[in-house]
Design a protein. Structure first.
Length: 74
């Protein structure tokens, strides 16, 4: 049951992270990004990868919160 709940969180979050990634980087060039006033030293693929995992974590937290709130209703 624990793995099933984990997949209820992870799979939708993965799909949403992919969509957010496509939308954000359709408008933003990774070489135009700055971190604390300095240009990023990463290659484009590195920026895409890190951004995907950040988006996935944020969507995962939202999914987990939804599951937590829904389970308290029972």
């Amino acid at each position: 049951m624990k793995w099933r709940k984990l997949m209820w969180i992870a799979w939708p979050a993965f799909l949403v992270a992919g969509l957010i990634e496509m939308v954000v980087f359709a408008f933003v060039d990774p070489h135009d990004l700055y971190w604390f006033g300095q240009p990023l030293e990463l290659a484009r693929a590195g920026v895409y990868t890190l951004a995907f995992f950040v988006f996935w974590a944020m969507a995962g937290l939202a999914s987990a919160l939804t599951l937590l709130l829904a389970s308290e209703q029972d």
